[in-house]
Write a protein that binds this ligand. Structure first.
Ligand SMILES: C[S@@+](CC[C@H](N)C(=O)[O-])C[C@H]1O[C@@H](n2cnc3c(N)ncnc32)[C@H](O)[C@@H]1O
Length: 224
């Protein structure tokens, strides 16, 4: 046990490969963090170096659940470059990426984001973060959401096993040429998502590109 300096509570320590980490303790960003990096914003406090991404310390993050800040910026930049009418995000968490997309849409002067989050506390936090932005928080499970019109950009970032089913669910609503993003595609999250994405490519439904960020991210063009 040791005191997490962020929430000042006593937390179990877990030894993973000789590295001490704080065990999960709710929404505190000290959860899963390396003990000696817990007071930094370096992504390396959560993600170890790998062959695909040898320098996770070059990225930053607010917590273990919100995307790397640089990945959030990239998602918002896609939206700014593509100027879609309808954007969908699965998994709002604390509204980090929803807020970034919302600012971009507001600046563009067109488009709306529907961000989906079934956890009521997180949905409420996201509503606060996205106040006065063109963002609708949908408090439900992603697979229950039926979009009001065709989607130009989608960001799949809910639970890892849900992200391929989300692509299948939203595929009929995605415009030809829409861009989609799948978060957490790095091998330490399991290989099923990348294999499923390649199966979509083989089926002629997606043209993917894999980026070697700490948690891994794939963007792809929707083919119809
Ligand atoms: C990785 S976090 C999302 C991070 C966020 N997109 C960001 O970029 O900051 C995953 C979120 O998905 C939510 N979630 C869990 N089950 C879900 C479901 N069935 N549909 C949509 N979201 C879900 C979790 O509550 C959690 O807040």
């Amino acid at each position: 046990m040791a005191e997490c300096p962020l929430c000042e509570t006593e937390v179990s320590l877990v030894d993973v490969g000789g590295i001490e980490r704080f065990a999960h303790h709710g929404d505190c960003s000290g959860s899963f963090s390396q003990r000696d990096l817990v007071e930094t914003n370096l992504e390396s406090r959560y993600t170890l170096p790998s062959d695909l991404c040898p320098h996770p310390e070059r990225w930053t993050s607010e917590d273990w659940d919100s995307a790397e800040l640089e990945v959030t910026e990239l998602v918002a930049a896609f939206v700014g470059a593509l100027r879609p009418d309808l954007v969908v995000e699965t998994g709002s968490a604390f509204g980090q990426t929803a807020r970034a997309i919302g600012y971009t849409l507001k600046e563009a002067g067109s488009g709306v984001l529907h961000t989906i989050e079934p956890n009521p506390e997180r949905a409420e936090i996201t509503r606060g973060e996205c106040k006065n932005l063109p963002v609708v928080v949908e408090e439900m499970s992603s697979l229950d959401f039926e979009p009001p019109s065709k989607i130009g950009f989608a960001w799949f970032d809910s639970l890892v096993p849900l992200r391929l089913p989300e692509f299948e669910h939203f595929y009929p609503h995605l415009l030809p040429g829409a861009i989609v993003g799948f978060h957490d595609t790095a091998p330490h999250h399991g290989t099923a998502m990348w294999q499923g994405i390649m199966a979509q490519e083989t089926a002629g439904r997606l043209l993917p590109i894999r980026l070697h960020t700490p948690r891994g991210v794939v963007f792809g063009e929707v083919v119809k």
